[in-house]
Design a protein around this ligand. Structure first.
Ligand code: ADE
Length: 355
């Protein structure tokens, strides 16, 4: 790659904001989050087979006295990719530097961070599918041979330098493994897909967080919050705080099933965890397009959301819980979606009735 005289390749900044699942979180929420985030594999609930494989890799790298292979973690937002990366660092007794692809816009951003890494240290790059081409090309030899190939100057005066780096581990996280270029994906020795959590796992996460936050919660209340958390711990942890507030103000401080229901109803989160936007998404397909198929671009315009948010945040849960299907011709609402919204099931304009 070529750097200009100012070490500054002109890369068209796309002005993309990172997606936030929870954009109205407060400073108090963030300090709660730091406390409840699990710090070891023992504290981390769920993703059992990933944990087992990672434990073996960490143990082996300690025995070999070598750095861990580069690891790619992918899956929908909120399932714990960053948390797992910090646990991997802690369990390997190494430091971790955390960044995200949109923060690595200029070559000097990624070069600077790579050169600062100590032996064995972990570099975590979130949203790695959004890395620009130049940054990606800097990463290839860094990941493969722990070197930087730098070229400075212009045509006649070009100088090439090969700079050695310390042996580090890159952990990349993405919501879209398919959007990663082949060469980048191939440089990860280990690739793990994080799965949605079961209701039981999520109840355990909720009870653990409640304990740390000093909330008293009944078992059936934890189950109720779990059912409405879109199989996602980040959402469960947000909802438990809202249910805790509700219990404090409207009840005697204990989160009961009724408190939890009332708090979540007031947030317009329904019995399956769908919020206003999810329901609107389904209604657009059903009411405006006879249940589909309809293209995502069309839905995005009608919903007033960008396609990326729909693909990364809204759709994964609707797909996995069977409310929609993705076909070559677009999105289709399933019978389950009609039933959930209390709309008579129609397919290709044919009205059919519930049994
Ligand atoms: N908080 C968020 N994710 C968690 C997990 N997987 N286990 C325990 N607590 C969590």
């Amino acid at each position: 790659m070529i750097l200009d005289d100012n070490d500054n390749i002109k890369h068209k900044a796309k002005n993309i904001k990172p997606i936030e699942l929870n954009s109205n979180e407060t400073e108090l929420d963030r300090s709660y989050d730091r406390n409840i985030r699990p710090k070891t594999f023992d504290e981390y609930i769920g993703q059992e087979s990933i944990k087992e494989t990672l434990k073996i890799s960490i143990e082996a790298s300690k025995k070999r006295n070598s750095s861990l292979d580069h690891i790619l973690l992918y899956g929908p937002p909120g399932l714990g990719k960053t948390t797992l990366a910090t646990i991997i660092a802690k369990e390997s007794n190494v430091d971790i530097k955390i960044t995200s692809a949109p923060a690595l816009e200029r070559p000097r951003d990624i070069i600077g961070i790579l050169m600062s890494l100590k032996e064995g240290e972990i570099l975590f790059i979130d949203e790695i599918h959004r890395l620009n081409k130049v940054a990606e090309e800097i990463l290839y030899p860094a990941m493969e041979d722990f070197t930087l190939d730098l070229t400075t100057g212009k045509s006649q005066t070009v100088k090439t330098m090969r700079v050695p780096l310390k042996k580090f581990t890159l952990i990349g996280a993405t919501t879209k493994a398919g959007a990663l270029s082949g060469p980048l994906r191939d440089r990860f020795g280990v690739i793990h897909r994080l799965e949605f959590y079961t209701e039981d796992e999520l109840s355990k996460v909720i009870k653990r967080s409640a304990k740390i936050l000093n909330f008293k919660i009944n078992d059936d209340a934890a189950d109720e919050i779990s059912r409405r958390s879109r199989s996602t711990p980040r959402i469960a942890n947000r909802l438990i705080k809202r249910a805790g507030d509700w219990a404090l103000v409207k009840g005697d401080g204990i989160i009961t099933k009724q408190n939890a229901k009332d708090a979540l109803d007031s947030l317009n989160i329904d019995s399956k965890g769908l919020d206003v936007t999810d329901r609107e998404f389904l209604k657009i397909i059903i009411n405006n397009y006879s249940g589909g198929p309809v293209g995502i671009e069309t839905i995005a315009v009608a919903l007033g959301e960008d396609i990326r948010t729909i693909e990364d945040v809204i759709e994964p849960y609707l797909l996995q819980s069977g409310f929609i299907q993705r076909t070559q011709r677009g999105r289709v609402a399933t019978k389950k979606a009609y039933e959930h919204l209390n709309i008579k099931y129609t397919q290709n304009g044919q009205i059919s009735f519930f049994d």
